[in-house]
Ligand binder design. Structure first.
Ligand SMILES: [Zn+2]
Length: 245
């Protein structure tokens, strides 16, 4: 199985490798710095949060200074505090979810968009432990293939639901436009040229995009032939879902 996975990883995912390269080498974003809210770049955020004056920077690693220094090392954003606060409430009602098995109990993998308006658990009535939810920009099957293979071959899922949605950002641009935008944001950096290797997989027809993704999965030799595959559109204005395929 390890050999199989290694072969899969080494072929057919060039666009994902390119994405990784771009993230490592290129500027973090083309969004103006003034509108940035959260970033993982520690240097950019240093100084955003003041360090409490009572922290002993020189204390022994065996003493109470260690966790304090660890806290200093972490990037702090406005969201960090919200995460911690919300998580405390979540843990209070965590119940027995810690004993859930890894394989999804409904043997279901959902491929859907990363759009912030989609609450897949709520809109489909799916609970923790029941399904894999594989998300990317647009909910594009091709971009989800790596996860689908792992979901099926290692964790036993046999049904795939592709869910795209109305008002998707993937309808609003073309790959050449986005490539130009990124390259023009940092023209002196040759690493940024790697964006030319990325197909952003946008689409212009919503229903057709679902049909295309389902058809692509059904004939893909890396997807199990016994898979049950359906395609859906979620309406962000009404909350309703509509089966396409
Ligand atoms: Zn979307």
């Amino acid at each position: 199985m390890q050999i199989l996975l290694r072969r899969l990883y080494n072929g057919g995912f060039n666009h994902l490798k390119s994405t990784h390269f771009l993230v490592q080498r290129a500027p973090r974003t083309v969004i103006p710095a003034s509108s940035r809210f959260c970033t993982t770049d520690t240097q950019e955020n240093s100084g955003q949060f003041s360090v409490p004056s009572n922290i002993d920077r020189e204390s022994s690693s065996d003493g109470p200074g260690k966790p304090q220094r660890e806290a200093e090392r972490l990037t702090r954003t406005a969201m960090s505090a919200e995460f911690v606060k919300a998580n405390e409430k979540y843990v209070a009602d965590f119940g027995d979810k810690g004993s859930l098995p890894i394989p999804p109990s409904k043997k279901l993998a959902i491929v859907t968009c990363m759009d912030a308006r989609l609450n897949l658990y709520a809109l489909l009535g799916v609970k923790e432990g029941e399904a894999h939810i594989i998300r990317n920009a647009g909910g594009i099957a091709k971009d989800a293939l790596r996860s689908i293979i792992i979901s099926q071959r290692l964790l036993g899922t046999r049904e795939i639901a592709v869910i795209h949605h109305t008002s998707c950002g993937m309808i609003s641009f073309k790959t050449p436009q986005l490539r130009s935008l990124i390259k023009e944001s940092d023209p002196s950096n040759p690493a940024v040229q790697a964006v030319d290797e990325i197909d952003f997989l946008e689409f212009s027809d919503l229903d057709q995009s679902v049909k295309d993704d389902v058809a692509w999965l059904k004939v893909n030799p890396l997807v199990l032939p016994e898979s049950q595959i359906t395609g859906w559109v979620y309406d962000v204005e009404t909350g309703t879902i509509r089966q396409i395929v």
